[in-house]
Design a protein around this ligand. Structure first.
Ligand SMILES: [Zn+2]
Length: 400
């Protein structure tokens, strides 16, 4: 079985290379915005969208024109990939099941989709760490229309190269390589159990087997620490030397939190992937308004603190990362993860004989009592049980 891996490194371009990269980045942005304006205009006028092939032909015309001739300086494949990526983004925006936002115009100096070299054959490496005189040097990567660029080879890559993407983030240039790695066919999962998982109001995760996973206590400590450092920052003179130092401190703190969170998510996903063969999670695209930690006016959430502010932000960001980790760990174990659309998970009675859905079932943030059959349980567990129930129904409906 083949899987894709990604490796990201900091680039160390020369000043001239950095200027080139900035110009090319501007060209990518220009092509994106121009093609997007064209497509938007057609949609508004009721014409069908141009295909990728049409746009690619236009790109060739632009590159040979007097007006947009500057585009011919930039590497061609990344420009074409920008158009492909735009078409992909438009397609996703009209997806009947998971519609997402329509692509927007790109502004200068924002982080944006990178410059992708889709053809691995054009990319070369010089991984020597010493020059002929024995001096230490950085390894280099060859990128079309830029040449050999130094990069910090911080970890060893494996697999066969598929593409490279150059991105800009907060003043630095990075290159990401995507590789394809052959891994052994998955074995049969040692477990035969299925489980539903829901994001809890009180707990980080609730499982349908009535267990919970809580965020470690340091989440709360970091929350206090960030607030403290932010207050310190607010008392400093903006753009002074100390103010800049403090900003750097806070950025380091955030990076530290991100690492600790990843560690927690790795441990949690490893345990779950070993214990269960099939895991159902609620589809992220289905918004469930009843899950607001604020509760309703009549029933304000009791545990609002547990998911407010930074703490909530940390956990919310963790959720999609958790799904990604769990998906590949399950695959390695021979199991799988399935997302299910599960609206009203917190208001529906999970009893197979009942299934009564009502706002009244949810008597508080933490408690669920069915008004029809009287079934009583923890509200987070009920959410997870419903995710499992819907997931199993969907599997049963699939054609064999
Ligand atoms: Zn019921």
């Amino acid at each position: 079985m083949k899987i894709l891996k990604a490796f990201r490194y900091r680039l160390e371009p020369t000043e001239e290379q950095a200027r080139q990269l900035s110009r090319y980045r501007g060209c990518m942005r220009f092509v994106w915005n121009k093609a997007l304006a064209l497509q938007k205009g057609r949609l508004e006028a009721g014409y069908p969208l141009l295909s990728y092939g049409d746009l690619a032909k236009l790109l060739t015309l632009w590159r040979h024109s007097d007006e947009y001739g500057f585009l011919s300086e930039a590497p061609e494949h990344p420009l074409q990939w920008t158009l492909k990526f735009l078409m992909q983004s438009i397609k996703v925006a009209f997806d009947p099941v998971h519609p997402s936002c329509f692509p927007t115009f790109k502004k200068k100096n924002r982080d944006e989709a990178g410059m992708r070299y889709p053809d691995a054959k054009q990319i070369k490496f010089d991984l020597a760490t010493q020059d002929q005189e024995g001096r230490n040097v950085l390894p280099k990567v060859f990128l079309p229309k830029i040449g050999w660029v130094k990069f910090r080879h911080s970890r060893i890559m494996d697999g066969s190269l598929r593409n490279a993407t150059v991105t800009w983030h907060a003043g630095y240039w990075y290159v990401s390589f995507q590789t394809e790695v052959e891994i052994p066919e998955p074995v049969v999962h040692p477990s035969t159990s299925e489980v539903g998982i829901d994001r809890g109001i009180v707990h980080f995760l609730a499982l349908s087997d009535e267990t919970f996973v809580d965020a470690p206590g340091w989440f709360r400590r970091y929350e206090a620490q960030v607030a403290w450092e932010m207050r310190k920052l607010s008392r400093m003179k903006k753009f002074s030397k100390n103010w800049r130092k403090q900003v750097a401190n806070i950025q380091r703190l955030h990076a530290h939190i991100a690492n600790a969170r990843l560690d927690f998510l790795h441990k949690t996903s490893t345990i779950i992937s070993k214990n269960h063969a099939i895991v159902f999670v609620e589809d992220l695209h289905v918004k469930n308004m009843s899950k607001s930690a604020k509760g309703t006016k009549a029933h304000p959430g009791k545990k609002v603190r547990s998911k407010s502010g930074l703490n909530k932000a940390i956990l919310d960001q963790g959720w999609s990362m958790f799904q990604t980790l769990l998906t590949y760990k399950l695959t390695w174990q021979g199991g799988y993860l399935k997302t299910v659309p599960a609206p009203y998970t917190s208001q529906t009675c999970p009893m197979p004989t009942c299934g009564h859905t009502s706002k009244e079932n949810r008597i508080s943030q933490a408690d669920f009592t069915c008004t029809k059959c009287g079934y009583h349980a923890n509200a987070d567990t009920v959410g997870a049980m419903n995710v499992l129930r819907v997931g199993l129904t969907r599997i049963a409906c699939l054609p064999a």
